[in-house]
Design a binder for this molecule. Structure first.
Ligand SMILES: Cc1cc2nc3c(=O)[nH]c(=O)nc-3n(C[C@H](O)[C@H](O)[C@H](O)COP(=O)(O)OP(=O)(O)OC[C@H]3O[C@@H](n4cnc5c(N)ncnc54)[C@H](O)[C@@H]3O)c2cc1C
Length: 400
């Protein structure tokens, strides 16, 4: 959905539509679930809720299980169980040869690891087997604040949350700054606790600044939170994304926000423009729990913060939206370049580029580091010697 042109469909080519692969089969012992690759997270959550189960998946109900899981996957469960890909028990994959294999810890274990961050480079995954988590009611919701409280969050609450030595792994949040011509800048927190305990201490500082509107904090089924995040994303929007990883440092986070605010201000004449800046913790507990993935992050470097910007345009018949889209992309390139320079100067830069949030002009695979990239190339040559997924699937982030 943030993936670049040609990665999920293509003009004058073949699109493989997985949307009818709708299997969702919980195991008899309730401990894992088979999920067909055509499912959206909302469908998975709703099905599991009927058994009072949940799993580690995406925050928005309309996002597909496939792209998110294959690129890593940031979940409300991440502080408990790492990236979504870390939790996957088995991948059913159609290889370039047409053979169907199951990749797991005991069979095709090299492919199993390569798929944990290797994206669309190894085959078409038709099914993911995930572990389930007991209990489908969580506590959380959205709080909206005036931009005047920015310092309470970026200089204090957010940094304290990420760096808390007693980080509560049930707590997770996305700290957002949203701009549109109608609303100007707003601070939006998606607060989430992965059990039904209301108002856990972890969020105390986030609840201090006054609210602009009533919050939606509540105890509810997981699907209700995923629907809420989904509703906040304007449909029909073309997104220009970009991302960066840094250590928790308020100067750098503020600089990133300032650069985005300045860019939005200078481009505000663009019709249908919106600007969304997200700060997400990559907590120590999350990175310590990571499985045998290829993302190349060393747990000793944690905690980290994912910085993400999605600048959207709603195309209209009377606008030159393609030119506008290109203009915004160039602005994001400058923002990432300047923020990177600043983060390096402050010694808080981290090389990791999170693939599902990366722009087509970024190189997330290379960011995994030399060893993991060499491993991915070896596995690719073993399972796809003719490079079908390198050349015939031209979009996305390639290995060779
Ligand atoms: C509203 C919104 C909320 C989001 N929330 C989160 C979040 O909470 N956490 C997070 O980590 N990311 C999140 N994302 C980013 C999301 O992970 C990416 O957009 C991801 O690419 C979505 O996957 P998809 O299958 O829906 O997209 P697609 O565009 O269909 O696929 C993305 C890429 O994966 C490949 N791919 C997909 N399925 C398969 C398969 N079965 N086999 C082989 N290759 C496949 C495609 O070829 C393509 O290259 C969000 C995005 C949006 C728009």
């Amino acid at each position: 959905m943030y993936s670049g042109v040609g990665s999920a469909n293509i003009e004058d080519g073949i699109t493989i539509d997985l949307s009818r692969l709708k299997e969702i089969t919980p195991a008899a012992d309730r401990r894992h679930v088979r999920v067909g690759a055509g499912n959206l997270w909302g469908e998975v959550y709703s099905r599991l809720e009927s058994l009072d189960l949940a799993l580690s998946g995406g925050s928005a109900s309309g996002v597909g299980a496939g792209g998110l899981t294959l690129g890593g996957g940031l979940s409300t469960f991440s502080p408990r169980s790492g990236f979504v890909c870390d939790t996957v028990l088995n991948y059913e994959v159609v290889l370039a040869s047409g053979a169907i294999v199951n990749a797991n810890a005991n069979s095709h274990s090299d492919l199993f690891r390569a798929l944990k961050g290797g994206s669309n480079n190894f085959g078409v995954v038709t099914r993911f087997d995930y572990p389930t988590v007991e209990g489908s009611f969580h506590w959380g919701g959205t709080t909206i604040h005036s931009i005047s409280h920015r310092s309470s969050f970026l200089d204090s609450a957010f940094i304290d949350f990420v760096t808390d030595p007693n980080y509560d792994p049930y707590s997770n949040l996305i700290h957002n700054y949203d701009w549109s011509a109608n609303t100007s800048w707003l601070i939006i927190n998606n607060i989430h606790y992965t059990n039904a305990t209301p108002y856990p201490d972890a969020f105390d500082k986030f609840l201090e600044p006054p609210l602009l509107f009533n919050s939606s904090l509540r105890t509810a089924p997981v699907s209700s939170f995923a629907d809420e995040v989904d509703r906040s994303d304007t449909s029909g929007k073309l997104n220009n994304p970009a991302t960066l990883t840094v250590r928790p440092d308020s100067t750098t986070l503020n600089r990133f926000l300032d650069l985005n605010m300045a860019a939005a201000e200078s481009l505000k004449a663009i019709q249908g423009l919106s600007w969304n800046v997200l700060f997400q913790p990559l907590s120590s507990s999350m990175l310590t729990n990571k499985g045998p993935n290829v993302l190349g992050i060393d747990a000793s470097e944690s905690p980290l913060v994912n910085l993400f910007v999605a600048a959207g345009i709603v195309p209209s018949a009377d606008s030159d939206w393609q030119a506008d889209f290109d203009t915004v992309r160039e602005a994001l390139k400058s923002i990432i370049a300047e923020a990177t320079t600043e983060a390096k100067r402050l010694n808080v830069w981290h090389p990791f580029i999170y693939l599902p949030y990366a722009a087509a002009w970024q190189d997330p695979i290379e960011s995994y580091g030399r060893e993991d990239v060499a491993f991915l190339r070896r596995v690719s040559r073993r399972y796809d010697p003719r490079g079908v997924f390198q050349r015939l699937v031209p979009g996305g982030f390639k290995l060779w």
